[in-house]
Write a protein that binds this ligand. Structure first.
Ligand SMILES: [Zn+2]
Length: 359
């Protein structure tokens, strides 16, 4: 009897060690596509918008690119990496027509509250009520990790939107955030970083506060090659801003380009010794958008029906290949932060509202 207990205890100890070892080696890449609807992710181009002259300059060209007979073909045309590769190796949550629901727990349904919820694991409707450049009073998982021995200096964030230095509270957290039209800085800039710094100023500026995703993406990729962060956050922004402008063609094209950028990140991790087979990708959005009346596809916020419905995609190390989730479930955006903490071997703070997902 005594021996059996001893064996059991030793078993637990070994399991614990293996788990800790795995967590130390695990790298996490968290990605967001600002305001990209679950509707397009799961069913592709919208029949009511794709040929709508109010929102599309050249309907014929857009149809050729993204219109197909079935939703399955349409989503594959729009996001080929998500639907040809991620669907085979990972999980796609949030197709509400199949019963899989992912929702925000904040009731604001716009960006700062959404990113605060994703990054801190807790909605804060009392204090995070605008997109103002206010240093976040809450602590993100990037900051938590940066305050550990294993994570110190191994965290980085890149965003197209210039509010991220405040959302992540760059000053307090010490997490380097490159966002908006910021350049890469430091004494050891690569040739590509120098070039990005130059051409970022030469490309057209469409929005003062949101740079084009090509810069955010390539700065982040250079950081991966140069410094190998263990926890990396990338926030793409074009989808939301093109939607606000009412450009459905640019919105779809942005989603299609971002799909290819995520594929590039994944392919990079698979040929880099540091990341290969050790990396988990988690991808989501900060809020949804409307559907009815039709013009509400352009906007979001608590007065827009359905804008609290989002989606969540994951793949990589240890993620079960379940593909598109086609059963009843209810996930929430505040579960992403604690799930990441579990993967990187950090304990979940008592005050964090979200509970980790089992993936
Ligand atoms: Zn927006």
């Amino acid at each position: 009897m005594k021996n059996r207990i001893l064996v059991l205890i030793m078993g637990w100890a070994i399991m614990g060690l293996t788990y800790a070892q795995n967590s130390i080696d695990t790298k996490v890449i968290l990605i967001t596509l600002d305001g990209f609807r679950w509707q397009e992710l799961f069913t592709g181009a919208d029949s009511l918008l794709v040929t709508n002259k109010s929102y599309v300059q050249n309907p014929e060209a857009l149809k050729t690119a993204f219109w197909r007979d079935t939703p399955i073909e349409r989503r594959e045309a729009l996001m080929p990496f998500f639907w040809n590769q991620v669907s085979k190796m990972g999980q796609l949550h949030g197709n509400r027509t199949l019963g899989s629901k992912v929702d925000l727990t904040n009731t604001m349904w716009f960006s700062y509250p959404g990113y605060n919820e994703i990054l801190t694991g807790t909605a804060d409707d009392a204090r995070i009520r605008s997109n103002d450049k206010m240093p976040n009073p809450n602590t993100t998982i990037l900051e938590l990790y940066n305050n550990t021995k294993e994570g110190k200096g191994k965290v980085a964030a890149f965003g197209s939107w210039d509010v991220f230095p405040y959302i992540i509270n760059e000053e307090r957290s010490g997490v380097p955030v490159n966002a908006g039209y910021e350049k890469a800085t430091g004494g050891d800039l690569t040739e590509r970083e120098k070039m990005l710094n130059d051409i970022q100023q030469q490309a057209p500026i469409i929005w003062e506060s949101v740079r084009l995703d090509v810069f955010t993406h390539n700065y982040a990729l250079e950081e991966m090659k140069k410094n190998h962060p263990k926890l990396l956050y990338i926030s793409y922004g074009e989808t939301d801003d093109f939607a606000h402008g009412g450009f459905y063609d640019f919105y779809l094209q942005a989603a299609n380009r971002t799909d290819a950028m995520v594929r590039e990140l994944w392919e990079y991790t698979q040929q880099d010794e540091f990341y290969k087979d050790q990396t988990i990708f988690l991808i989501t959005t900060d809020h949804g958008r409307g559907t009815r009346p039709l013009e509400t596809w352009k906007s979001h916020g608590s007065d827009i029906n359905g804008a609290g419905g989002v989606w969540f995609v994951t793949f990589g190390k240890g993620i079960e290949a379940m593909g598109e989730i086609d059963q009843e479930e209810q996930l929430h955006s505040n579960q992403i932060a604690p799930t990441i903490l579990k993967y990187i071997g950090l304990s979940i703070p008592k005050e964090m509202k979200g509970i980790p997902m089992k993936l």
